[in-house]
Design a protein around this ligand. Structure first.
Ligand SMILES: *[C@@H]1O[C@H](CO)[C@@H](O)[C@H](O)[C@H]1NC(C)=O
Ligand SMILES: *[C@@H]1O[C@H](CO)[C@@H](O)[C@H](O)[C@H]1NC(C)=O
Ligand SMILES: [Mn+2]
Length: 499
């Protein structure tokens, strides 16, 4: 219970800061329309002065005064005069500084001193990022809303390039480059302009290299905004009316998770544009683990949110998520009729359009021959990624028919992929490893012969084979022989089979 109460405090603090940030930004956004001659921005150092400066000296900031050993006798004598430590009292300045020990409200009194109007809005109970942002947005007045996580730090000139894009086209939603603030030392490190937002089959947001086609579209000019398939979620600016028009957030989602992909798909599918503005930099503390507890468990909440995301926006491609996450279809996702109504009202495009036009290098293939297990005809074993990581060997194991680690897709580009990893062979006779899919064919190109049932690695001209005696848990690759151990069955699993 103590831990829970502690978490609530942590969360409440974070939410307060989110909202504080937001209103600070709303001011800036409004000010963009102000007279040029009006001073813009906060005069550094002036506003951010601490409430009370700690001073050097005995007893300052309410610290105890320690009398040295040699004066202890004299101290005891003096104590008798007033029945308190007169010697200590004499040593302390008449106007000594004291810490602010008030129980609450320091934040409110602090923001009152700021030279810009800042409103602190508190949620009465823990309601999560999505509903807190909706509340902040609802009371905002500026033309542009900027959302920033509580653990962000802005650099000089971060805002103007964001606002300029929205001014140019109000349906453009913009993110800064997210610089890295070390969670350990708070060192500030510039983020890369060469990565953009994507997602994997599990619907986790991931950074991937900006593809060549996007470099070409910008004619190699790295100062131009990058069109990104998804946003990380914590930091973005959006026209306030447009935010309403496209349906803010899905209020049926709880706490956190999936909302960033939901707004990303919605922006693109419903006629907007999502960009990373490379001239704008904001720092963010990336955490290695979430500090919060989730009511009912992290998995439950995120699975529910992701189901809503998949059911409303992903059409038949939701199966990639369901097949790699067995059990997830048991999670109740509530009522999505109003979100489906929104999609209909805004005449949003299908997910296949998004994959084709916005994210052709997506981890979800637009066209594919199979999505399911890959089974060896002789041994009846199945390829299995064994939950191994990038750069490790792909495994082979008894087929369990449950999806998850045994789900592979043979794509129209002739890759064999499991999520964002592709089977790759760089040496004659193997091994067969799993590398990040690079879309360049090369060592990731496989030819499946649906009659002979062989999977031939094109570059080496060798065939995928069963496990060898030396290692019974990895498939091998050898000269093609036509043997049954080189025959593989590729098929589509259907959902009822795995749930
Ligand atoms: C107390 O007064 C001294 C002398 O006027 C001054 O130097 C010092 O800054 C004051 N301390 C505080 C905490 O105001
Ligand atoms: C598997 O499903 C995909 C997508 O519906 C389809 O294009 C493909 O032909 C199917 N493959 C097999 C082997 O049934
Ligand atoms: Mn964050």
């Amino acid at each position: 219970m103590r831990k829970f109460a502690y978490c609530k405090v942590v969360l409440a603090t974070s939410l307060i800061w989110v909202l504080l940030d937001m209103f600070l930004l709303l001011y800036f956004s409004e000010c963009n329309k102000c007279d040029e001659k009006k001073e813009r921005g906060l005069p550094a150092g002036d506003v951010l002065e601490p409430v009370q400066k700690p001073h050097e000296g005995p007893g300052e900031m309410g610290k105890p005064v320690v009398i040295p050993k040699e004066d202890q006798e004299k101290m005891k004598e003096m104590f008798k005069i007033n029945q308190f430590n007169l010697m200590a009292s004499e040593m302390i300045a008449l106007n000594r500084s004291l810490p602010d020990v008030r129980l609450e409200g320091p934040l409110e009194s602090y923001v009152k001193k700021l030279k810009v109007p800042v409103h602190v809005i508190r949620m009465e109970q823990r309601s999560g990022l999505i509903r807190a942002r909706l509340k902040g947005a609802a009371v905002s007045k500026g033309q542009v809303i900027t959302f920033l996580d509580a653990h962000c730090e802005c650099t000089v000139g971060w805002l103007e390039p964001l606002l300029a894009r929205i001014k140019h086209d109000r349906k453009t939603v913009v993110c800064p480059i997210i610089d890295v603030i070390s969670d350990d030392t708070f060192e500030y490190m510039a983020g890369s302009d060469m990565t953009y937002g994507g997602f994997n089959w599990k619907l986790n947001f991931r950074w991937y290299p900006v593809p060549q086609r996007e470099m070409d579209r910008r004619k190699g000019d790295r100062t131009l905004p990058v069109r990104t398939p998804t946003m990380a979620g914590g930091l973005f600016s959006i026209d306030r009316d447009y935010f309403q028009e496209i349906g803010t957030y899905d209020a049926g989602m709880d706490i956190w998770g999936g909302e960033n992909l939901e707004i990303s798909f919605r922006i693109w599918q419903c006629g907007g544009t999502l960009e990373i503005v490379t001239c704008s930099h904001v720092g963010h503390v990336f955490r290695k683990a979430t500090p919060y507890t989730f009511p009912g468990g992290t998995g439950q909440i995120i699975n529910k949110n992701n189901r809503r995301l998949a059911e409303v926006w992903m059409d038949e491609f939701k199966n990639f998520f369901y097949i790699i996450s067995p059990g997830v279809t048991k999670v109740d996702y509530g009522d999505i009729s109003s979100r489906l109504g929104l999609r209909h009202k805004l005449q949003c495009r299908p997910f296949s359009w998004y994959l084709e036009n916005i994210y052709p290098d997506s981890q979800i293939p637009r066209h594919y021959f199979s999505l399911g297990e890959i089974r060896n005809v002789e041994t009846n074993q199945c390829l299995d990624n064994m939950a191994r990581k990038e750069n490790e060997k792909v495994g082979i194991f008894n087929c369990h028919g449950m999806g998850g680690n045994q789900v592979f897709s043979y794509t129209a580009n002739k890759e064999i992929r499991t999520d964002d990893l592709c089977l790759d062979v760089s040496k004659l006779n193997g091994p067969v490893t799993m590398l990040k899919c690079h879309h360049l064919k090369g060592n990731q190109l496989w030819e499946y012969d649906p009659v002979k049932l062989t999977l031939q690695h094109v570059n080496s001209n060798q065939c995928l084979d069963k496990a060898t005696d030396e290692d019974s848990q990895v498939p091998s690759i050898r000269d093609c022989s036509g043997s049954r151990s080189q025959q593989w069955l590729l098929r589509n699993v259907t959902l009822p089979e795995i749930f």
